[in-house]
Design a protein around this ligand. Structure first.
Ligand SMILES: [Zn+2]
Length: 185
């Protein structure tokens, strides 16, 4: 009986971790700058939009952090935005990195920023390949978003190209996300 109880407990813990255990590397942890201003993003949103950065791919945390710092500098210093545009980013190292984060409106998809969270993969996925670790990270992040009430459980997942005139998120991610349960044509 004791071992059965232990197995059940471990199963509960493991399942809990699978759903809620996404480790998000905070902006301060990756050396990001604070936003110059923030607009509130509502809860219970109906959409998540997937992007790629169309920039360099990275396979180590150090290399991904450099990419994040470069992208944030481009968005803030060259484009004049308040912060890096996306809510969250996922590196080729399989890590999830905080962008604007939860309940802060992004700048990632014209006319959709107030209606969705924006998640971007570091790299250009017309040529770079999405890894199983990145897929697990993205699905865990989306589950986390549902558990927090940022998006509803029946949310619609779109690739950026479905809501804007762009080839984002690149062919390889586009092919992948069409197999995800919340993706809709
Ligand atoms: Zn995009």
């Amino acid at each position: 009986m004791a071992s059965k109880a232990l197995i059940l407990l471990l199963a509960v813990l493991f399942c809990g971790q699978a759903v809620f255990g996404v480790t998000i590397i905070s902006k301060s942890e990756w050396g990001g700058r604070s936003a110059t201003s923030k607009s509130t993003l509502a809860s219970s949103l109906s959409y998540a939009v997937i992007h790629h950065t169309a920039g360099n791919y990275c396979t180590t945390r150090a290399a991904c952090q450099t990419q994040l710092q470069n992208i944030q500098a481009y968005h803030m210093d060259s484009l004049g935005w308040a912060d890096i545009g996306y809510n969250f980013l996922i590196g080729g190292d399989g890590n999830v990195y905080e962008g604007r984060g939860w309940n802060v409106m992004g700048a990632h998809a014209t006319n959709w920023n107030s209606k969705s969270i924006g998640i971007s993969f570091l790299g250009n996925y017309n040529t770079d390949k999405i890894t199983s670790a990145q897929i697990t990270a993205a699905k865990g992040l989306l589950a986390d978003a549902v558990s927090r009430g940022q998006i509803v459980s029946g949310y619609t997942l779109y690739g950026h190209r479905q809501v804007g005139s762009t080839e984002c998120p690149g062919t390889n991610i586009w092919n992948e996300i069409q197999t995800w349960s919340n993706w809709k044509a």
